[in-house]
Design a protein around this ligand. Structure first.
Ligand code: SF4
Length: 202
């Protein structure tokens, strides 16, 4: 059985792909098959847009504060499908929708509009910044795009900002030095988005 949707806190999380352009040292995929108490999130095949939408709409959506695209892989690997699902859900139940992403959409889909398509579909884009510079990022995230991934994700944050209510760049407290958090704050300020310093989920 595929786990397409799962509950975490007050959110309903949506798992649409195993694919990811990173291989982060801290990825939940390296910690076991599930995430935060869910069943295995490994997908034997990618669910279709219809299957994802059905799995979401089968839930009582009034129970959740938000819908979050965030699974075992990088949701923007399937950016068109993700946007289509979000639009279908909003048409039935106008809830807040967030995507947790590594911010590589532009590198994954060269030449494609990967920002204005968020308008009216996604409310919050939360991008993992993780580190204060490209070399450190590559050391822990092992992107297949190399160090270029870091600048690309920062640019994506600024570029998608006009099309959604909120863009967050996130770092985890304790995983980088305090002085690096201040560098990350400057980076976020420069592109006009918010730095979110979150605690490690154990
Ligand atoms: S970007 Fe996210 S899904 Fe991809 S390897 Fe890193 S933690 Fe895992």
């Amino acid at each position: 059985m595929m786990t397409i949707t799962y509950e975490t806190g007050d959110g309903l999380y949506v798992n649409i792909t195993n694919r990811c352009s990173n291989s982060c040292d801290f990825c939940i995929r390296k910690l076991g098959p599930g995430a935060y108490g869910s069943d295995s999130l490994w997908l034997d095949r990618e669910p279709t847009v219809d299957e994802i939408t059905e799995s979401i709409l089968a839930r009582d959506l009034t129970k959740y504060a938000e819908l979050v695209f965030c699974g075992y892989g990088e949701p923007t690997e399937r950016i068109d499908d993700m946007i289509e699902v979000a639009r279908r859900v909003k048409a039935v139940h106008p809830m807040k929708i967030r995507v947790n992403t590594n911010g590589h959409a532009r590198l994954l889909h060269p030449g494609k509009d990967v920002t204005s398509i968020f308008e009216g579909a996604i409310d919050i884009v939360s991008i993992s910044l993780n580190t204060a510079n490209a070399a450190d990022y590559q050391k822990v995230c092992h992107s297949r795009f190399g160090e270029a991934a870091y600048d690309a994700l920062i640019k994506f944050a600024g570029d998608v900002r006009p099309y959604v209510s909120e863009v967050l760049l996130s770092v985890v407290r304790g995983s980088i030095p305090d002085e690096d958090i201040e560098i990350c704050r400057t980076i976020a300020d420069k592109v006009g988005v918010t730095l979110r310093v979150r605690d490690l989920i154990k």
